[in-house]
Design a protein around this ligand. Structure first.
Ligand code: TYD
Length: 206
């Protein structure tokens, strides 16, 4: 993709993805790269509306409808933001991508993970990240971090700890299955240590 680099960050709620995305972005900009920082859901105007539904709708959303909403957000985001940036040779640093759907809608909501993945592969015409950073944190520590940072939980954060345990298990399985694409870091480590590990891995890709 003409020099572009697609980096995604994954992990449970409260695992520190946003902090690490900021640090990595700043470091890449200092080293002269053009960086696009974005996220799913909600990386586009349409996506902001979808995000409002999936995270804050009062009442149930059928699991398959939820999976389709995330896939719809992703289709529009990839077509209008991510692919154009990669085509210009830029670095895209993105909070959450297809692995989130496989972990949350697949393992969390208990839908067939391969069907969930297939939906997103269709939505994105098969765009895969060059690197996925998994910030791994046990559900109890993640919950403690969220409790100190939040006054109100969104629909996914409010799920029981068994849900978040399944999400974490699914992430670790995904990472074990694709070690070349994933960097797994212990999200309980100091922020600077995590950032250094990420920079070391990204350096090898530049
Ligand atoms: P995120 O933006 O990381 O939440 P916050 O900004 O509040 O930390 O993610 C929003 C939620 O959406 C998160 O709980 C995970 C969930 N999610 C899915 O269930 N499936 C998906 O495909 C994506 C992208 C996110």
């Amino acid at each position: 993709m003409s020099g572009g680099l697609f980096i995604t960050l994954e992990g449970g709620d409260g695992s520190g993805k946003t902090t690490q995305a900021e640090l990595l972005g700043a470091w890449l900009v200092e080293s002269g790269r053009t960086v696009v920082r974005t996220r799913e859901p909600g990386g586009t105007e349409v996506g902001v509306e979808v995000r409002e539904i999936v995270l804050h709708h009062r009442g149930d959303i059928a699991p398959r409808a939820e999976a389709l909403l995330y896939a719809a957000d992703r289709a529009h985001h990839v077509a209008t933001i991510v692919r154009p940036a990669l085509g210009r040779g830029e670095v895209v640093i993105q909070d959450r991508y297809i692995d989130s759907s496989v972990a949350y809608q697949g393992a969390g909501r208990v839908l067939d993970p391969e069907a969930v993945r297939g939906l997103s592969e269709w939505a994105t015409e098969g765009l895969a990240p060059d690197l996925t950073i998994l910030l791994d944190l046990d559900a109890a520590s993640a919950r403690a971090r969220l409790d100190s940072a939040r006054t109100r939980y969104d629909r996914l954060e409010a799920e029981a700890s068994e849900f978040h345990d399944r999400v974490r298990g699914a992430y670790l399985e995904l990472a074990a299955g694709e070690p070349d694409r994933f960097l797994v870091v212990d999200a309980a480590s100091p922020v600077d240590e995590i950032a250094a590990a990420i920079r070391a891995r990204v350096t090898g890709l530049l």
